[in-house]
Design a protein around this ligand. Structure first.
Ligand code: SF4
Length: 142
């Protein structure tokens, strides 16, 4: 099946720090399924590298105090568009990201403290019926 996946998990250096974040289980997933890479923060128009951002209430703010909510929402819409275009019913998204995180995200204090919640893209995809997994839950798909 076609699975939407955070591009940084595939080795693309698109994270805020200009690095990627691969995971050993990705190769097993790739052997069985067609992976459709997305990076909502890039699609939203943000540069790489960029200051880290966190969700603060219903907004997204970067560490310099700039409101980047619009970019995050735009990126989420583009990710959804690709999911629909490729018929993806499942997505594997990078844990804890303010875009891609599912279930847990940083709490907006920039102190590496996690709180319950979803990233902007993870929330939008789930709202449209796409089942979202983190990279730590890939075994459930396999
Ligand atoms: Fe990875 Fe998602 Fe962040 Fe892009 S937005 S770098 S895909 S976690």
């Amino acid at each position: 099946m076609n699975i939407l996946i955070s591009a940084c998990l595939l080795g693309c250096a698109c994270r805020y720090d200009g690095k990627s974040k691969t995971h050993p289980a990705i190769e097993m997933l790739r052997a069985k399924h067609t992976l459709i890479p997305i990076c909502p923060e890039i699609y939203g128009g943000l540069p790489t590298p960029r200051p880290p951002s966190e969700i603060v209430g219903d907004r997204v703010q970067n560490s310099a105090g700039t409101d980047v909510t619009d970019a995050y929402r735009r990126g989420a819409e583009e990710a959804l568009r690709l999911a629909e275009l490729f018929g993806c019913k499942v997505a594997v998204l990078k844990a804890k990201s303010p875009s891609c995180g599912k279930g847990k995200v940083y709490d907006g204090t920039f102190s590496r403290t996690l709180t319950d919640g979803d990233g902007v893209t993870a929330a939008l995809l789930q709202k449209h019926g796409i089942k979202v997994y983190t990279e730590d839950e890939i075994a459930e798909i396999l």
